[in-house]
Design a protein around this ligand. Structure first.
Ligand SMILES: Cc1cc2nc3c(=O)[nH]c(=O)nc-3n(C[C@H](O)[C@H](O)[C@H](O)COP(=O)(O)OP(=O)(O)OC[C@H]3O[C@@H](n4cnc5c(N)ncnc54)[C@H](O)[C@@H]3O)c2cc1C
Length: 308
């Protein structure tokens, strides 16, 4: 089963829309498919693929290291290499003395809601500006449901839950004031420059690998997982190989994204950017190019300034 298979559920679209509050600004067609997956189905697919590739899959909670072995629940598990892909509060990272500072983390809230109101016929990625001063909202179609969310970057002083409920109400979601919402932290300001230390390799959120402007972390998590596996399979020098590969392939965009973020979320740049998005589809297409990894923020701003 490939990623293009409908068995993973969710929805596929090319349409990308930008709103300023309730006001539609513009839309564009992405040259690449945008895929919106239910996360549990995607995780199950990855686990199943690992088992089919010959991995022995066991479940348990990593509790720490003891004399060079991993403590998983009550068991001691010896390893040649340990890959920590256990999220933003990684216990594996803590066990080797690494952790991301709390203040560097962004916050994300989301809720899966039935199709109704202003999102009843949504089949596009819809991005909302104009709710948080330092953040943005989204509505993604996932078949029968719509995933609505709001992300605030570090430094956000607003009441993110209250603003999120306003976004839900503006989308005409039933019970917007009382609906159960899920919240989580995600890496933003900081990432590990050396995500491998000895025979321990940190991947994804555990290493702080999420794009600081969009909050996208799935791509970096998958890519760093692949790089860790390739580095380990390459034999001697795996630690240096992985650190170097992450520097070259995972994190180069992060510095630019942080700069782009501080421009997009601050006046007068925010107003200028929203005007640019409204004026034509060029800025939208350029942004989709950055999302697809075909361009970068430097080029995006340069072309936008030159009015291309
Ligand atoms: C609200 C919100 C919305 C987001 N939306 C998007 C999006 O649309 N697109 C995108 O690209 N990114 C999105 N992100 C970011 C994305 O979710 C993360 O970057 C991505 O999930 C990182 O993957 P990961 O495997 O590194 O970590 P996680 O997805 O956090 O997975 C870590 C896994 O490790 C397990 N674990 C934790 N501790 C232990 C332990 N001690 N022992 C054993 N297992 C453990 C956890 O149960 C979990 O299964 C979003 C984040 C948030 C908060």
């Amino acid at each position: 089963m490939g990623l293009g298979s409908p068995d993973l559920g969710g929805e596929v679209s090319r349409r990308f829309e930008i709103f300023d509050g309730k006001a539609f600004l513009n839309d564009a067609e992405s040259p690449h498919l945008l895929r919106f997956l239910p996360r549990a189905r995607f995780d199950a697919f990855l686990l199943d693929a690992a088992a089919k590739a010959g991995c022995r899959v066991e479940r348990g909670e990593f509790r720490g290291l003891s004399e060079g072995a991993a403590v998983v629940d009550g068991r001691v598990v010896r390893f040649k290499c340990l890959v920590g892909a256990d999220g933003v509060f990684s216990a594996v990272a803590r066990a080797i003395g690494e952790s991301l500072p709390q203040k560097s983390l962004a916050v994300g809230l989301q809720a899966d809601v039935p199709r109704a109101g202003r999102v009843s016929d949504l089949h596009a990625a819809r991005i909302f500006f104009g709710y948080l001063e330092l953040g943005w909202g989204w509505a993604f179609p996932k078949g029968d449901t719509i995933c609505i969310g709001l992300g605030g970057i570090p430094g956000t002083r607003e009441d993110v839950s209250a603003v999120f409920r306003r976004l839900l109400a503006d989308c005409e979601v039933a019970n917007a004031g009382t609906l159960p919402i899920r919240g989580a932290k995600l890496p933003n300001e900081e990432y590990l420059r050396e995500p491998a230390s000895g025979n321990v390799f940190l991947c994804g959120d555990a290493a702080g690998f999420a794009e600081p402007l969009t909050g996208e972390g799935i791509h970096a998590a998958l890519l760093s997982g692949i790089l860790a596996a390739e580095s380990i399979l390459g034999g001697t020098g795996a630690e240096e190989r992985y650190n170097e590969a992450c520097r070259k392939q995972v994190t180069p965009i992060f510095g630019q994204a942080r700069l782009a973020r501080s421009l997009l979320f601050r006046e007068p740049f925010r107003t200028l950017a929203l005007r640019r998005f409204k004026r034509g589809k060029g800025a939208m297409r350029r942004f989709l190019g950055v999302l697809a990894g075909e361009s970068d923020y430097k080029r995006f701003f340069l072309d936008s300034l030159l009015g291309r």
